[in-house]
Design a protein around this ligand. Structure first.
Ligand code: HEC
Length: 157
């Protein structure tokens, strides 16, 4: 087969496209990794860990352990001010709802701390269930939209 000028030109086009496609694929994962985790995510991880400590404490009837973890949930650290601004900008008119879920979680965690302090196992378990419901309520309303908005859909777990 003879090499024609046309074939050379076609093969050059082909090479260019291969490069562009390869670059395109290299670029996609790089951008989807770009979103930094929110400070909120670290705070939430700690909330989850403290809930596990509560469960452990309840089954050991170690109420000092439960009280300490409950207080840590009630007075969890706040995200930095600029992050809070981003949240409020995003939730818009739903801000009171978001804050109410946080307030409910706080109140239920305080009730758990109080029940634990008096060594009342049944009351502590009832309060624990209420906390879980308030965590769940906020997650059902806000978690997915937050993850989609602040990390992009590729990060949804
Ligand atoms: C006011 C709303 C709100 C409340 C109340 C709330 N969360 Fe969250 N939580 C979120 C949002 C929003 C995310 C997603 C954060 C992110 O991925 O950056 C989240 C994510 C999480 C995660 C996943 C973190 C990870 O590793 O990606 C855990 C665990 C968690 N929350 C635990 C809790 C527990 C336990 C409670 C109750 C004691 C609670 N949350 C209460 C809003 C809330």
């Amino acid at each position: 087969m003879r090499f024609t000028r046309n074939m050379v030109r076609n093969s050059r086009d082909y090479t260019t496209w291969t490069w562009l496609i390869a670059l395109g694929f290299a670029w996609v994962p790089a951008t989807s990794l770009a979103a930094e985790p929110l400070a909120l995510q670290g705070i939430m991880k700690d909330m989850g860990r403290n809930m596990q400590v509560v469960v452990d404490g309840l089954s050991r009837e170690d109420y000092a352990m439960v009280e300490k973890a409950a207080l840590a949930i009630a007075v969890h650290p706040q995200p930095p001010a600029d992050e809070k601004m981003r949240f409020m900008g995003f939730v818009g008119s739903n801000a009171p709802r978001f804050k109410a879920f946080d307030g409910e979680t706080h109140d239920n965690a305080m009730a758990l701390a109080k029940a634990s302090k008096s060594g009342n196992g049944e009351a502590a378990i009832a309060a624990f269930q209420k906390i879980q419901s308030s965590c769940l309520a906020c997650h059902q309303a806000f978690r997915k939209p937050f993850v989609e908005h602040f990390y992009g859909k590729a990060e949804v777990r």
